[in-house]
Design a protein around this ligand. Structure first.
Ligand code: ADP
Ligand code: MG
Length: 314
């Protein structure tokens, strides 16, 4: 039985020695220290993933850790940042579980050229990961939730509803990779985020809690009405074919864990954006989210994914 520090070295640090230039003090000290290139700013985000809440108890821990990093990176994609560092605070009941978390974490760290800049390793009954990511982008260029304008088009990069469907299938005992991949494998749209920011997009959010709720965040932050056409979303006919129209509607609007990017852009960008996303609606004066399907309004779910709503509202 090794010590905590051997475990940290073996499970987390051994496979992750890559450092970005600008790192003055790497992982291994009390804190890491990083300089930012002139004219650039940091984008920093943190996310917690808990076994039994964010992934099912019988889901492989290495995949759970990989997805936790990817979910955190999706927030950097939404800001238009290039990913640089990751910090991870891990809790697990035993060394074997910790090693499995470490394996998945190292996979994601290597796949995205991240620097593992620090972490914390704690033995506890609950298996959970808190992942903090940092990325860089030019100063004053971050894509924000409050920057939509009436008259803007609304665009969606990536698909919605498939991850929630994959989770449903997993919970029903289905292990067919075609059915569960959208849940098991999160693909953060980092390159798309950077590309749209460089084209001049100012307003973006990543869809983690369902299209309706996350579109609502933009509508509220900006003060516009967002009109969306569900049928224009990428993969909509496939989602309907797999789950039926009413289930597909619920999955797309309120399923969550999609990590697609919803953004708004002036009409002059239509041609440049066409290869990067689907145009699914527009912003108008007013408030709220209005969703149509085949020309008819769709009843919106009461809420998207919300950790506390059942406690207070049920
Ligand atoms: P401290 O007590 O100063 O907070 P720790 O004893 O928790 O430091 O950790 C020792 C070193 O190992 C620190 O530099 C920390 O960043 C690193 N570390 C601990 N856990 C992890 C982990 N899961 N992944 C990466 N680095 C880790
Ligand atoms: Mg510590």
């Amino acid at each position: 039985m090794g010590s905590e520090f051997e475990l940290i070295d073996q499970a987390f640090r051994a496979g992750t020695t890559f450092r970005w230039p600008g790192t003055e003090v790497p992982n291994g000290d009390d804190a890491s220290v990083h300089a930012c290139e002139p004219g650039m700013a940091w984008a920093v985000s943190t996310d917690t993933a808990v076994c039994g809440v964010h992934w099912p108890g019988d889901f492989p821990l290495d995949q759970a850790a990989d997805r936790a990093v990817c979910a955190a990176l999706s927030d950097l994609a939404a800001m238009g940042a290039a990913a640089r560092q990751v910090w991870v605070a891990a809790t697990a009941p035993d060394a074997a579980s910790m090693r499995r978390l470490g394996r998945g974490l190292c996979q994601a760290v290597q796949r995205f050229d991240l620097e593992l800049a620090g972490g914390d390793t704690v033995r506890a009954a609950q298996t959970a990961l808190t992942v903090t990511v940092a990325g860089v982008l030019p100063q004053a260029c971050a894509m924000r939730r409050d920057a939509a304008k009436p008259g803007d088009d609304v665009w969606l990069a990536g698909r919605v509803g498939f991850s929630a469907l994959g989770l449903e299938r997993w919970l029903a005992g289905d292990r067919d990779p075609d059915m569960i991949t959208a849940f098991a494998r999160v693909e953060p749209l980092l390159a798309t985020g950077i590309a749209i920011r460089e084209l001049g997009v100012c307003c973006c959010i990543d869809i983690s809690d369902g299209l309706a709720q996350d579109a609502g965040h933009v509508a509220r932050a900006t003060g516009v009405a967002m009109h969306l056409d569900l049928g224009a979303c990428e993969g909509w006919p496939d989602l309907v074919a797999m789950s039926g129209e009413s289930r597909a509607t619920a999955l797309a609007l309120a399923g969550g864990d999609d990590y697609a990017l919803l953004f708004t852009a002036p009409r002059r960008l239509r041609e440049s954006l066409a290869g990067l996303a689907q145009r699914i609606g527009d912003c108008r004066p007013g408030a709220g989210v209005i969703v149509n399907l085949a020309g008819a309004p769709v009843d919106l779910p009461a809420h998207g994914f919300d950790h506390f709503v059942s406690e207070t509202d049920a």
